[in-house]
Ligand binder design. Structure first.
Ligand SMILES: NC(=O)C1=CN([C@@H]2O[C@H](COP(=O)(O)OP(=O)(O)OC[C@H]3O[C@@H](n4cnc5c(N)ncnc54)[C@H](OP(=O)(O)O)[C@@H]3O)[C@@H](O)[C@H]2O)C=CC1
Ligand SMILES: CC(C)(CO)C(=O)C(=O)O
Length: 297
């Protein structure tokens, strides 16, 4: 398969690296400098084993129309800046979106592509330099069709190796909601408190806030199994107890966060239901304020 990847950050390099072991991968980074380095040196993935693969890389967006499938791995808040590029890709070429959160779903509805997939990523990846990514946590990629369907793509996903497994889900909304719910519980609190994920459970005072936030969030989704959701978020906190959440990392770097795609989306749900959610609202405002003045930088 010819695979295009838009964005060559942590996830872009990880997916480019693994998929290039079996497929022809073309990376579409933001800078010419990175494109040249990727052409010359390929991608190095460092995990339990390190490997290096050759890739093509270009700034020429017309090459997007030569791909069989395109992965979009920019951050949620970058999507608006590439929407015209996406709209110019032939409508027959499937797109796969791997962003955290659910704020981008309305944007996907405006795209002309007949087949669009969304995914949630359970890997941990950190870009070390323009050509190197560290694969910190081996997980899996959950994918679901947002619109359209392709047996060929399902075959492609199911043929990926165990260490880079894709799992197909029937209901995209439920799949995204599970991850978004967990991110809404863990990411903003860890970013504000400046703690690793596990501290939200270990510290009894932080755990009280965690429980109160859960009550507000779960009240927005009566269709979800309350006990199962609680168990799953708590287990995720424990299984990633040594991790710094992506939002804490962004705040530390002084970067923009994905708060709008995650908690902003949940606040939208609360507003639709005319539900008062003071804890969520306060947490959202604090993270927005921290973004604004880069207090932790
Ligand atoms: N990293 C992880 O472990 C995980 C990430 N995710 C999700 O995956 C998504 C991507 O995250 P991550 O890879 O960590 O983020 P990064 O910031 O590492 O990567 C985003 C990349 O997008 C690039 N980009 C931005 N605008 C453009 C553009 N116009 N054209 C081409 N490239 C562009 C950036 O380029 P530049 O470098 O030039 O700024 C950057 O390299 C997020 O939604 C995140 O929540 C989900 C689970 C795990
Ligand atoms: C699962 C979790 C919370 C792991 O840190 C994550 O997805 C993130 O940090 O964005």
């Amino acid at each position: 398969m010819k695979i295009g990847i838009i964005g060559a950050g942590s996830l872009g390099l990880l997916y480019g690296g693994y998929l290039a072991t079996e497929h022809a991968v073309t990376m579409f980074p933001r800078s010419l400098e990175q494109a040249e380095k990727l052409c010359e040196h390929g991608i190095t993935v460092c995990g339990e084993n390190c490997f290096q693969v050759n890739v093509l890389s270009t700034m020429d967006v017309s090459a997007l129309n030569e791909q069989d499938v395109i992965f979009v791995t920019v951050k949620q808040y970058h999507l608006m800046s590439i929407v015209n590029m996406l709209k110019n890709i032939e409508s027959s070429i499937p797109l796969v979106f791997l962003q955290n959160g659910m704020g981008h779903l309305t944007l996907l509805e405006t795209l002309p592509q007949q087949i669009i997939l969304v995914g949630t990523v359970e890997h941990g990846a950190t870009r070390k330099n323009e050509m190197t990514v560290s694969h910190n946590g081996v997980g899996k990629t959950n994918i679901a069709f947002f619109c359209g369907h392709s047996d060929l793509l399902l075959k492609f996903f199911s043929s990926q190796p165990e260490q880079f497994k894709f799992v197909h889900h029937d209901h995209y909304e439920l799949m995204l909601l599970h991850k978004c719910f967990a991110n809404a519980m863990i990411n903003p609190l860890t970013a504000i408190l400046k703690v690793k994920n596990g501290e939200l459970i270990r510290n009894s005072f932080y755990y009280k806030i965690f429980q109160s936030l859960f009550e507000e969030l779960i009240s927005l989704f009566p269709q979800l199994d309350r006990e199962a959701m609680y168990r799953s978020v708590k287990n995720l906190c424990l299984s990633t107890k040594e991790n710094e959440s992506s939002m804490l990392k962004d705040i530390k770097k002084g970067s923009k966060t994905e708060i709008d795609a995650i908690l902003g989306y949940m606040l939208g749900k609360a507003s639709e239901r005319e539900q008062h959610v003071p804890i969520m609202t306060a947490i959202y405002q604090i993270v927005k304020g921290m973004e604004l003045d880069g207090t932790i930088k």
